[in-house]
Design a binder for this molecule. Structure first.
Ligand code: NDP
Length: 375
């Protein structure tokens, strides 16, 4: 699906969900857009990617009319992400002053995809904001696998680089998994390596060196919104390696009782109705309806989709996996799309980079959880 209008649109949607100068996400997986349908051309989508960042930055988070009449409190991901970046910046200043170490983030970019370039630019902007050393490795589409592997090994050996991120997707002649596996686990800033995922899932034992950014962002949103997790019924809709699976493990480790639903789950609404906390990571526009929700529940909407709009000049608007208009009437707290989970992903990328730099000089990492933290 690479380069198709649907994929580009999804990436466009992600770019525009980021907010507040940095943000967004995942940027790591080519995935099929399950938007609600659009007639945008490939050219118009591509041309707008860069502009979206500025648009989303300028757009304030506002409750809709129904939100005002509803009652759910909005969880402001832009504000929380800005706070996290400010904390990372302060900790980076201390690391520089007291230990002479500047966290270094290397980003490997192949080709000239507009969406990938936009994401990389946002990451670099966030890295500059918090005072990191940035290393850019840019290659033509024709780069060989060996050249990429050599680059990763060179970055593994570079003491000024503490975190390595390979921007996906890579061209089809490259074996993505081989390149990712070449990243030293101590520099695996996405936390996707088998070692980091394994350590995250094991009870006790070693903590992971990095936790996948979007799931970690969900946990931060809950904690910083004073949502109790212990003993709560959590339903995670989606079981992907990058969102659903890790967020379910993280919440279970915080003593929630977690149910993971997926495309083969029978009677999804019945599961969702039991949940004190719903995490939606499906990629299906507005699939989860307000009437499915338990009154007063907390909704974390990871989904970034688009739906046609006759009133928006772009011809579409962004939406989550949850039908915000109906959900806001029932939920106690809810993340908006855009401006909820999206801005957290890059903030957590910054936090992971800081932690890997701290780990490199045997300093404890800044924990994700507030109490009893293995992470
Ligand atoms: P994937 O496509 O990898 O996974 C989707 C999951 O949803 C799968 O587990 C799938 O089940 C499940 N699913 C699909 N259809 C249904 C259904 N009808 N009922 C129940 N479950 C279903 O997506 P990702 O995890 O990568 O992303 C999910 C969403 O989050 C997307 O909208 C994406 O854009 C967004 N996202 C946002 C980020 C951000 O920073 N804001 C970061 C990452 C993702 P099965 O396993 O059975 O196929």
């Amino acid at each position: 699906m690479r380069g198709t209008p649907r994929l580009l649109l999804r990436r466009l949607a992600l770019a525009s969900s980021l907010g507040a100068g940095v943000a967004a996400g995942l940027l790591h997986r080519p995935a099929v857009c399950r938007d609600a349908g659009t007639s945008l051309s490939l050219e118009s989508i591509s041309a707008r990617v860069a502009a979206l960042e500025a648009i989303s930055r300028a757009r304030p988070i506002v409750a809709t009319d129904s939100a005002a009449g509803g009652g759910a409190e909005l969880i402001d991901g832009r504000k929380i992400a800005a706070n996290i970046r400010a904390e990372v910046k302060a900790a980076t200043d201390v690391l520089k002053q007291e230990h002479g170490v500047t966290p270094g983030l290397a980003v490997v970019l192949v080709g000239a995809r507009t969406d990938s370039s936009t994401y990389v630019r946002m990451k670099k902007r966030a890295a500059a904001e918090v005072g990191f050393h940035s290393v850019d490795k840019n290659f033509d589409e024709s780069v060989s696998q060996q050249q990429l592997l050599d680059t990763v090994r060179e970055l593994n050996a570079d003491p000024a680089v503490h975190a390595i991120l390979v921007q996906l997707p890579l061209p089809s002649h490259i074996d993505e998994s081989k390149v990712l596996e070449a990243i030293d686990v101590a520099k695996d800033v996405d936390g996707f390596s088998a070692t980091n995922i394994g350590n995250m899932c094991l009870r006790g034992g070693k903590p992971p060196l990095a936790i996948p950014c979007t799931p970690a962002g969900c946990v931060e949103l809950l904690q910083r919104s004073d949502v109790a997790v212990k003993g709560q019924e959590v339903v995670v809709v989606g079981r992907s390696n990058i969102v659903g699976m890790p967020v379910a493990h993280l919440l279970q480790s915080m003593d929630a009782t977690v149910t993971v639903c997926h495309s083969r789950t029978r009677d999804l609404p019945a599961h969702v109705r039991r949940a004190d906390i719903v995490v939606a990571a499906v990629g299906a526009a507005e699939m989860i309806k307000g009437e499915w929700l338990k009154p007063g529940c907390v909704v974390i909407d990871v989904g970034v989709n688009s739906k046609p709009s006759s009133t928006d000049k772009r011809g579409y608007v962004l939406c989550g996996d949850v039908d915000f208009e109906s959900a806001v009437q029932v939920a106690g707290k809810i993340t908006p799309v855009p401006g909820g989970v999206g801005p957290m992903t890059i903030a957590m990328l910054m936090k992971n980079t800081l932690n890997l730099a701290r780990h490199s000089i045997r300093l404890p990492r800044q924990p994700l959880r507030r109490q009893n933290s293995k992470y």
